[in-house]
Design a binder for this molecule. Sequence first.
Ligand SMILES: Cc1ncc(COP(=O)(O)O)c(C=O)c1O
Length: 288
Amino acid sequence: LIGYLNGKFDDLERLHISPLDRGFLFADGVYEVWMCYDGRRFADEQHWQRLKASLAGISLPFPNLQGCRSILDQLVERNAQQKGTAGIYLQITRGVAPRKHAFPEATSPTLFAYSFPFQRPREALASGVSVHLIAEMRWTRCDIKSIALLGNVLAKEQAKGHGAFEALFVREGHVVEGTHSNLFAVRRGALWTHPLGPFILGGITRAHVLQLARSAGMDVREQALTVEELFQADEVFLTGTTTELMPVIQVEDRSIGDGRPGAITRELQRLFWKSTAFPPPLEFNELP
Ligand SMILES: Cc1ncc(COP(=O)(O)O)c(C=O)c1O
């Protein structure tokens, strides 16, 4: 695979960073992930806007984000990913400097990007997944898409150990989000999701789904759910760039609804795939 590092395209194995890069030493950086279908990045502008917000969140000026667009285009082209699905990863760190906590004075940022082949989770999108609950152990700036993901990594590993697709973080009795996804639930006909703020990442897919739901006339509440409310929800699903709109049919050992993806989830999936132009993972009449 071809990647890009500070002005140079090359095989990933030939690209190297300094051990003094602050991304390596302090996780002092931010990132973005795009989904690319047939060479077209989904919600491109929204990802650049969030990257800008993340950079501002860590006081890291980055003068020419505009110029980065063509880097992403070139990666997809050089990796021959113009057909089907690919993921694109872009990371910006504060750069290389002697290891001192405070910001270095004159250091240029490190920019790394690559595009990777991505298999959509087609079966799971059709049948639904289970999730595992875990006590929140991250910081209070989850709205910054920081590369400091150890809490997310440990939680996802625990979910894997429980045979679950995703871990959901619980903060003071409320379910906030997953390790790489946002959470939605349907309760008494209304669609619930955690409000924006410091405890969740403002997901691009979350915002897109909220817009679809509102346009379809659904009753939408950006309000946190308690664990008990989640257990009792009629339907639950996750959203994310690589997760798309994923039905949840089980939370811990408890079934959600009748243990199959619910009708509102299915309708939102339909609207989602229509609006993104990603093909549905199965013909709809084949969906369980
Ligand atoms: C912690 C967290 N929450 C939510 C999301 C979903 O955001 P998006 O829809 O922009 O991919 C992600 C994406 O990776 C994430 O890492």
